[in-house]
Design a protein around this ligand. Structure first.
Ligand SMILES: [Zn+2]
Length: 285
């Protein structure tokens, strides 16, 4: 009887080992669409949340996370448990919400945050900031900026790109000016468990010089996330000459316009859009 019990224990241990071993060897990366530019990127060992902690936007000009999903994110409930790093590309309200980010960091004590200094300045105005400040890695960037950080074996490169232009007329001078010219917008290269991804934030489709200066032509990606405006002529030129990727996802698509963008890209292999919130794409090696 004793021998049988020992045999059973060894068998259970071996089974567990086999299961763990097989999980480790199947290398895959799951991308979950949250809303707008917001995604959860997860592999067997790591999780990154980018531009997903926002909401409460008036109007219907962008997709925003459903309340039920925001609750899961803020409370670190699966699939949003054990997030290693939260990335924020820039301070606009369709990419981050100050109280939500502070709330998230308070509830998820192991998560770090990377963001531009302009985002940190907004976060500082929220109560509870001091209790999470040691996990906020804010980066002050010049117009040309490229830096590498590492968290739990995830390598994150933050790269400054020009934010897409938004022109208004100055009421005093009558001159046209770009409302977004001073926005610190980061694109992030995310190296996670052998997978290499790039998310451009709200980078301008005409910012070819930054893509060139960061040597994008020499890089290979598994997935690249670009603003929908890259489908314009100048953006297509950047994609054709400087972006090498297996999959390319267009994001920042207005509610109700998904079918239009799907129809534009339907004949080009490797291009896609997410069609509904919490939809998943899987990348395998
Ligand atoms: Zn923006």
């Amino acid at each position: 009887m004793k021998i049988k019990l020992i045999t059973l224990i060894i068998w259970v241990l071996l089974m567990n080992r086999t299961l763990i071993y097989s999980q480790d060897t199947v290398n895959s990366c799951t991308i979950t669409y949250i809303a707008n530019d917001g995604f959860l990127i997860e592999t067997n060992n790591s999780k990154v949340l980018i531009d997903a902690l926002f909401g409460g936007i008036n109007g219907n000009w962008c997709d925003q996370p459903d309340d039920s999903i925001s609750d899961l994110m803020l409370n670190g409930i699966g699939p949003f448990d054990n997030i290693d790093v939260v990335l924020i590309t820039h301070y606009h309200s369709d990419h981050f919400n100050g109280p939500m980010v502070i709330n998230f960091l308070r509830n998820n004590q192991k998560s770090a945050l990377i963001c531009p200094l302009q985002v940190d300045e907004v976060l500082k105005k929220n109560s509870g900031y001091s209790s999470v400040a040691d996990r906020i890695h804010s980066l002050q960037s010049g117009n040309q900026f490229d830096t590498l950080l590492a968290f739990n074996k995830i390598n994150i490169s933050a790269l400054r790109f020009n934010h897409g232009s938004y022109f208004e007329i100055d009421s005093v001078t009558g001159e046209k000016y770009d409302l977004h010219s001073d926005v610190e917008n980061f694109g992030y290269i995310i190296e996670i468990d052998e997978f290499n991804l790039f998310h451009c934030g709200d980078a301008s489709f005409s910012d070819k010089s930054h893509f060139e200066s960061y040597h994008f032509g020499d890089r290979d990606f598994d997935m690249v996330f670009l603003d929908r405006t890259f489908l314009r002529k100048e953006g297509q030129e950047i994609m054709n000459s400087l972006i090498h990727t297996k999959d390319l996802v267009f994001m920042h698509i207005e509610p109700g316009r998904v079918e239009y963008y799907k129809s534009i890209i339907k004949d080009v292999p490797g291009l896609s859009v997410f069609t509904k919130k919490m939809e998943i794409k899987l990348i395998t090696e």
